[in-house]
Ligand binder design. Structure first.
Ligand code: HQG
Length: 179
């Protein structure tokens, strides 16, 4: 199990941020060849086979990765800092979405709105508990309630990833409320 977590961390880095650090080339929509990934892992003393990757994908706590149906390719589902076209279709969001953050970012967020920061999108969740967990990575979580219905009405576009993370370009402060 510990090995799966270690491989998952390595894959996060390669498939979301720095594929070139492992000599990997990603397709425009983020896929890497499984054979190339396995070779790169072996070169890092993390040997495994397709079954290892299957186990990593399936046991990952946040379903961060997916394998293609033919098991020839693997990609991260979201969270990239590199330019990736995930080809998600716009979806009507639930009326309310949540964002977990911490007190020290609040003044800036209430001035500038929620911004993508290092990522391609602002990450939101449909469940309060998920937002709480995301905020708690940085300290005492503060939950922002996002008026997604109003945003959608005003032309903001939303996407949802395969593992239920809601994405949008930005959320202006007018749509945000502190819980
Ligand atoms: C904050 C993890 C100042 C924002 C998690 C957040 C999630 C602002 C931080 C996923 C701001 C960015 C995403 C503004 C936003 N001024 N601060 N205008 N707008 N912020 O990590 O949402 O492990 O990029 O509140 O579980 O925290 O990667 O985003 O605190 O699902 O799979 O700037 O990352 O998943 O931080 O987390 P992040 P996030 P993974």
């Amino acid at each position: 199990m510990a090995d799966h977590v270690r491989i998952s961390k390595t894959l996060s880095y390669w498939l979301r941020h720095k594929p070139e650090s492992a000599g990997l080339a990603l397709s425009a929509d983020g896929w890497a060849d499984v054979d190339a990934v396995l070779a790169a892992l072996a070169a890092q003393n993390q040997p495994g086979d397709v079954d290892t990757l299957l186990a990593v994908v399936e046991t990952n706590d946040k379903q961060r990765f997916e394998l293609s149906p033919d098991l020839a390719r693997i990609r991260a589902r979201q969270g990239h800092s590199i330019e990736i076209e995930l080809a998600l279709a716009p979806v009507t969001p639930p009326n309310v979405l949540y964002h977990g953050t911490v007190e020290r970012f609040l003044a800036a967020i209430m001035a500038d709105g929620l911004r993508r920061m290092g990522r391609h999108h602002v990450h939101l969740s449909a469940e309060l508990e998920t937002a709480r967990r995301v905020g708690a990575r940085r300290g005492d979580p503060v939950i922002l309630i996002v008026d997604a219905a109003a945003m959608a009405r005003d032309g903001h576009v939303f996407f949802v990833t395969g593992n239920g993370v809601w994405l949008t370009e930005q959320a202006p402060a007018a749509y945000l409320k502190c819980s």
